[in-house]
Design a protein. Structure first.
Length: 228
């Protein structure tokens, strides 16, 4: 976990979270530090993780997304290796500043944690938020950072991954057009692309995910935080 201080250096804060795989229960939190005089400090606390309530849906998508052929499987495996490489990159410096803001002004059409069954056979868990927008809606960066990935992927369609530093990534999927390039720095609210229905999607919408140090977290929680 990474920490940052306020402008006066009096308050330290950090972002952490629990994934869907975390079992309900009480977990120990231990923080260690030292003052400028060398005095050791220790904070111990127990954090309660409750049981979430999630719903299930059934959806139909083109057969290629549930029964891919050999060439499509090769593409899927290439994308998997690419994502593993991208996700392995962790920038220790904080690139984000202030609150994280929604990428579009629209209703949320599907929430984090939904169990999905595609074509009656492929099951998955929805690890992000879906926004009900038509094709061609401008999509904004949730916060400032660097573009780690900006290209079409098999399941994700047009995909942009932003690195906000300290192991925090945001992902934007099913884009019809990408407006940024890999390695580019973006600012909070900057247009990164346009919504669409590319990849494994039942229709045009925007899927946004938040990944923190290797696990997916609920974007709604991040968007609700008031940050320095």
């Amino acid at each position: 976990m990474f920490f940052s201080s306020d402008s006066q250096g009096r308050v330290w804060y950090g972002i952490a979270g629990a994934s869907l795989e975390t079992r309900p229960g009480n977990y120990p939190l231990e923080l260690k530090g030292s003052t400028t005089t060398g005095k050791e400090l220790l904070l111990q606390k127990r954090i309660t993780v409750g049981k979430g309530k999630y719903h299930s849906i059934v959806a139909n998508v083109p057969k290629q997304y549930t029964e891919p052929n050999a060439d499509q499987l090769q593409k899927i495996n290439q994308d998997k290796a690419l994502k593993e490489h991208v996700f392995a990159r962790v920038t220790p410096e904080r690139e984000w500043a202030g609150d994280f803001r929604p990428p579009v002004k629209a209703l949320i059409s599907d929430v984090f944690g939904t169990s999905r069954t595609f074509n009656g056979r492929v099951q998955s868990v929805h690890q992000g938020l879906d926004y009900a927008v038509g094709e061609g809606t401008a999509v904004a960066a949730l916060n400032s950072g660097f573009v780690l990935l900006a290209q079409p992927l098999y399941f994700e369609g047009g995909c942009v991954v932003l690195d906000h530093g300290q192991g925090l990534l945001t992902l934007y999927m099913h884009l019809s057009k990408i407006e940024v390039k890999e390695g580019e720095r973006v600012t909070s609210g900057q247009k990164i692309g346009f919504s669409g229905g590319t990849g494994r999607a039942t229709g045009p919408h925007l899927h946004v995910a938040v990944r923190w140090q290797g696990v997916y977290l609920n974007p709604e929680t991040l968007l609700s935080l008031q940050l320095p």
